[in-house]
Design a protein around this ligand. Structure first.
Ligand code: PEP
Ligand code: MN
Length: 259
């Protein structure tokens, strides 16, 4: 295995996102599942920034299981993200689904996201590898740790060493949660690579009341940060309504993480 892992094992320059140095500071990524309107994103951005988030989730292309579900605002959504980012002065992470969109997304995004469903989309990995943006690489929900680290190699072999891994749960026989959060993977990838790794308890659990305990557990096992979904009114969300934190819960999460 080690022969095929070249770049993930090397020490690279620290990744800076705004004023935060990933790996040194505990990175807080927060924001809605999807951008739904300017008002929704602006409200959320202001709130999560005030309570300590460093990076705003601002997804406009949504990879949905059903093609008939809300797919995101698409390119028009990028205009909203740009205005909100300038107004709130906060870096944004945007998921990119297709190699042809990478260039346009890079005009607005400070950080790119590769979603779980695209972890082995090799042309997409190579395309983001040609950019100079940090990339949050989510673990595919059926991916082994070796496959995840090899996906990081696809990005890094193109010259982009700013890869942040994100554990977001894997598929198991457990039905009470949406996925099973594999916290051991955080410890394992830290042994097998020098890459920073953050945890997304929102998509792992699928239920908002599990997010705070799982986020604290992620910090306890040594993750370099968390990514959580926050919405001004989760029950009306156009995607992932059951797992998004409301503002009060986000405030509590931030308080308890710092206890
Ligand atoms: C997301 O973070 O918006 C997302 C779709 O998550 P995942 O790719 O982990 O399912
Ligand atoms: Mn979501």
């Amino acid at each position: 295995m080690s022969g095929e892992l070249r770049f993930v094992n090397q020490k690279h320059k620290p990744i800076k996102i705004g004023s935060v140095e990933v790996g040194k500071d505990f990175l807080i990524v927060a924001g809605p599942c999807a951008v739904e309107s300017e008002e929704q994103l602006l409200k959320t951005a202001r709130f999560v920034k005030q309570y300590g988030a460093h990076l705003l989730r601002a997804n406009v292309f949504k990879p949905r299981t059903s093609p008939y579900s809300f797919q995101g605002l698409g390119k028009e959504g990028l205009e909203i993200v740009k205005r909100v980012k300038d107004e709130v002065r906060m870096p944004v992470v945007i998921e990119v689904l297709h190699p042809r969109d990478v260039e346009e997304v890079c005009k607005v995004a400070d950080v790119l996201q590769i979603g779980a469903r695209n972890m082995q989309n090799f042309p997409l990995l190579e395309e983001v590898g040609k950019t100079d943006k940090p990339v949050i690489l989510k673990r595919g929900f059926c991916a082994t740790i070796r496959e995840w680290l090899c996906a990081a190699e696809y990005i890094m072999k193109e010259g982009n060493f700013k890869v942040i891994l994100c554990e977001r749960g894997i598929r198991t026989f457990v039905r009470e949660t949406r996925f099973t959060l594999d916290l051991a993977s955080v410890v394992v990838v830290k042994k097998k690579s020098k890459l920073p790794v953050i945890v997304d308890p929102s998509h792992a659990a699928g239920l908002s009341d599990l997010v705070i305990p799982l986020a604290k557990a992620a910090k306890a096992v040594g993750s370099d940060g968390i990514m959580v979904e926050v919405h001004p009114n989760p029950s009306t969300a156009l995607s992932d309504a059951r797992q998004q934190l409301n503002f009060e819960m986000f405030e509590r999460l931030m308080r308890e993480l710092n206890d």
